[in-house]
Write a protein that binds this ligand. Sequence first.
Ligand SMILES: Cc1ncc(COP(=O)(O)O)c(C=O)c1O
Length: 387
Amino acid sequence: MNFKSTIEFIKALYPNKGFISLHEPKFVGNEKKYVVETIESTFVSSVGEFVNKFEHEIASITGAKYAVAIVNGTSALHLALKCAGVQNNDLVITQSLSFIATTNAINYLGAEPVFIDVDLQTMGLCPIALQNWLLSETELKINKETGRKECIHIESQKKISAVVPMHTFGHPCVVDEIQTICETYQIPLIEDAAESIGSQYKNKHTGTFGLAGVFSFNGNKTITCGGGGAIITNDETFAKMAKHLSTQAKLPHKWEFNHDMVGYNYRMPNINAALACAQLEQLNVFIENKRELALIYNNFFEKTEDIIYKSEPIHSKSNYWLHTIQLMDLEQRNLFLTETNDNGVMTRPTWTPTHLLPMYKNAICGDLKNTIFLADRLVNISSSVRV
Ligand SMILES: Cc1ncc(COP(=O)(O)O)c(C=O)c1O
């Protein structure tokens, strides 16, 4: 098979570009103005008006009661899991089809991942696979010290202390069903919404279904502040703890340095927040632009026999962070990757499933047939906002 017509089609979408990258940031609003303001104010670090504004804006966009600005998405995940109570030797359920940060954050706390399969349509954690695994592999037990029910993995007798689904490439997973399952099994739900700022499921923003959600504002994301992240939650105690731990657990005082816990230097600097605030002003315009591109891609790929374009799943509004196609098999995928990249159009396969990486090869896994199927076939194609 020859992918010449697809390459020509993508090139026509991004004219006047020698090389078409996968996703480039766009700084076409108040970015420079806000960054210069920050420099002139001298408040470039972890205190400043833009960090507070950013938190306010994130809460308002997502509908969450609280937002905590964090230095990047990985640290935000780490902290959210810590605040959810994940501890050494616990198990945390997640998907193997994700960026490595999802599982690394679990590992930072001394917990182990359990990989459950994804859904073929959403590419996110499959509620049926989750339910089936919990039903056959776990039991609810009362913790004698706390009097609370806990979900225990029967074979290892370890506690399942969180479920972390991921909204893959911006497409929401079936998160309401996952939330119901988590409630039944008494497991906190932490959404890895790193890729899905602006995406909604059943008219609710991703990241708001469970105890907390996490976003990334890395340079490759829909909007970026260089490096940045956020935790959102409706739980006041959780939000206070996240902010406290992100600022070295320092007790507020004009001059004394006292700390009541082991904290982290995870607060987003004000200079990054300045960039983030300017980018947030353009979030809707960027997403509309990406959604228009989704229609164009969908019309084009509908006419091709061997390529499926991954449209937003039912009941959802996707930010279409990375546009994604599904090839027939691994051979076709590799051919497509070679032809596009050799011809100046950057494309990328999905991540190597995490359970196949050396650090996690001994992790507990459910049946991961959809994960393998998709990893062999998915390719991300040009996704930058077109201006
Ligand atoms: C699914 C997922 N989780 C976590 C992260 C980590 O975010 P960051 O790069 O901001 O640390 C990313 C992106 O980079 C991601 O795609």
